[in-house]
Design a protein around this ligand. Sequence first.
Ligand code: FES
Length: 450
Amino acid sequence: MFIVTFEDKEIFPLKTEKPGATILETALKHDFPLYHLCGGNAKCTTCRVFITDGLNQLSDRNEREQTLADRKGWPSEIRLACQTEVFGDVSLRRIIKDNKDLKTVTSESKSAKTGEECYAVILFLDIKGFTAFTEASLPYDVVFVLNRFFQEMSEPVLNNGGEIDKFIGDGILAFFQIKNKDLISTTTEESLVIRKSETIRSAIRACLRMFDQLKKFNLEMKDRFNFSFDIRIGLHAGNVIYGDIGHSEYKSQTVLGDTVNVASRLEALNKKTNTQFLVSDEIYNQLKDSLAIDKKVVTRLRGKSEKMTAYSVLGFKNSDPILHIQKSFDLVLANNPHWIEDYTNKLKSFIQENSDGSNSQKGFTITSDEFLTVIESVIEKLGNPVSLKKEISKLADIYEGIGISKKEFPKLIPILISAIRENLPSEWDQNLESIWNQVATDLTIGTIES
Ligand code: FES
């Protein structure tokens, strides 16, 4: 048989029982202490050893070990004792020898999102009437429609900086969090209040956009399935616990705590109060001057001893610039489904008038649908600066691809605005013009400077 030599302050030569016995099996057979917290299942990595001699006498890494090694960037000398079979003499060192080593290793596998507490706005959404649709439809249609619904409803969350926690049956749990690192940088009480208000505003904008999306979704559903849906939303904000929760093989990031329960109960309360969008007093008090409400309900939520006030939200009192842009662009496309061709024609005229000859040769290689998708994406992502940046860069590439240089981008602002205005004759006013102008100018400056 072969000798596995553990090098420590002393040398421990241990004989393997058979060819292909693992390093861990050999150590355990001789009662040599080697951590193996997961019982040899390639999950804990506590059995890892450093091979000092005889690497070529060992089995290759199997898939499970390789996955861990790749994820952690291990050199070839670091092996999992529980997965590594011995076919010759080897020498090695334990990496984890005591509880301090163990603590270091186990904390290394924790994700940054394990067991944090943070302030978050929690959004619960449920479809009204989906059970009736399920009972009246084929399973394929149910799954198809539900997936389409989740897609449409999730976009406003993601486009406004939120995250989807999970899909629960026909409902959605989403959240908008103030990350702890952002809280640390908010040094004054005033800046914290501003931070919370901004996060709540983003969440409310996402909810209002969901109702817009629902209208478009229902037009299609009515046409295809002769069915339409309603949604109910509950929104609350407060401290939540945020972390990876679940079975070791099926963990997912989730939010927990009383704030989540209250949001869920507000969503359910909509049924009783015959409302669609209820927010808590925590939400309302942060934005009371900006929110238009149509109902105030004093209630005792299930499982609570104290009464609370819930508010049925209709929208923002003064138009939210981002929503205003999005809604007006919806109207443009509804008024003129061929808007993109009209806009493209305006761009072609601009290129011809401003070209030195070389640019006009480039032509449009992108289809109208692709061009429109990028423009829509820019408009939808106005509430999420990180995603917006990528879309803006795609749009800039398109313009440059058809022969419009970056320095000419400011000249496109009046062209875009005229293409919007022409399709909104009755809705267009000074306020809308100034919002479009401001947003288009900001994006153009940002693009040129990037
Ligand atoms: S005993 Fe856990 S990975 Fe080997």
